[in-house]
Design a protein around this ligand. Structure first.
Ligand code: SAM
Ligand code: SF4
Length: 319
């Protein structure tokens, strides 16, 4: 359906859990994360009902995120149910990749179409520092398995962190020479733990483009948030996602839902619509979803060097 500014809202991003098997320094605090009760978070059947209601309103694309979506019990069943929902054409997952090697075969069988893997470094010791305790080899094995199963183009999302991983930008870009992957650089956002790193480590997409003049601009999809480039004769592509330095609100076609069933019409706004208690009533559920779509603001208010209005942290929203 169209929102109040004529944008066709076709994309729903659902956070399955606040829990994570990593603790990336710019996303999640090491300690003190409040644990949610079992009945506070949505279950597989509830999410399936939301997907069905959303599809009724014209949502075509679903992305599961978190926290870490692959630790959600029943993720394979959920992907299968989603793939069976009339109207849903595209299902994606954004993951840190730690559990991919074990799960990707079944997820693909269940109907998974796209995978975004978050990876900020190709160095083992730095991976441990950024994620606080992750094992890079597990992610690399997962990536290899996805490629061997033909899940392409695989997207690798890398948050730009000046002084932390900017020395590896060239290595990430070079991965696209031989592999059918899209490496997408994402500007750090001043949300949650990201605020602590923002002043020192934020880096704009333009800074990278200046350093790599060999990147050739190519046409991006209208609904894509990434500006696309490629190296000459490369198999893959390089994308830049610049939520702050180059807002893409005008083409924003998505809404988000947190794992407790709160719709967020805009990532950076405080506004949320609670749908948890309406999940079993399809008519009311659809009307709440409509309300959320119609309350989508024209654009977010944050600017470079200002913190996001949302009080939620990134692991509670899902990106
Ligand atoms: N755990 C999954 C993962 O890491 O892919 C999904 C959830 S995570 C919150 C989704 C994405 O948000 C990741 O690519 C992560 O790097 C990104 N992210 C987290 N905090 C961020 C911040 N402050 N600014 C920009 N991106 C951020
Ligand atoms: Fe977990 Fe993803 Fe946040 Fe890292 S970015 S702490 S993997 S939710």
């Amino acid at each position: 359906m169209l929102d109040n500014y004529g944008r066709k809202i076709e994309y729903l991003r659902i956070s399955l859990t606040d829990k994570c098997n990593l603790r990336c320094i710019y996303c999640m605090p090491e300690k003190g994360v409040e644990k949610k009760c079992h009945n506070e978070v949505m279950k597989c059947e509830e999410i399936t009902k939301i997907v069905k209601a959303a599809a009724n309103l014209g949502i075509k694309k679903i992305r599961y995120t978190g926290g870490e979506p692959l630790i959600f019990k029943g993720i394979e069943e959920l992907v299968y149910n989603t793939a069976q929902t009339p109207g849903i054409r595209d299902i994606g997952i954004t993951t840190n990749g730690i559990l991919l090697n074990d799960l990707i075969h079944d997820l693909k069988q269940a109907g998974l179409k796209r995978l975004n893997i978050s990876l900020d470094t190709l160095k083992e010791d730095k991976f441990k520092k950024i994620t606080r305790y992750g094992d890079l080899n597990k992610v690399l094995r997962g990536i290899e398995k996805c490629l061997s199963l033909g899940l392409t183009p695989l997207k690798i999302n890398t948050v730009l962190l000046k002084g932390i991983n900017d020395d590896e930008i060239g290595d990430f870009i070079n991965l696209t020479k031989e592999l059918p992957i899209h490496v997408r650089f994402i500007e750090l956002m001043p949300i949650g733990e990201g605020v602590k790193f923002y002043k020192k480590s934020a880096m704009t997409s333009d800074e990278v483009l200046e350093r790599f003049p060999n990147l050739i601009p190519i046409k991006s999809l209208e609904t894509s948030t990434a500006e696309l480039y490629r190296l000459k004769d490369a198999k893959g592509k390089v994308g830049f996602i610049s939520p702050l330095s180059c807002k893409f609100c005008r083409d924003c076609n998505k809404i988000r839902i947190t794992s407790e069933g709160m719709i967020k019409p805009c990532l950076h706004s405080q506004e949320e619509v609670d749908i948890k208690e309406y999940i079993d009533n399809e008519v009311l559920l659809i009307s709440k979803l409509k309300k959320a779509i119609l309350s989508k603001p024209q654009e977010h208010k944050i600017e470079v060097n200002k913190r996001s209005e949302t009080k939620r942290m990134m692991f509670q929203i899902g990106g």
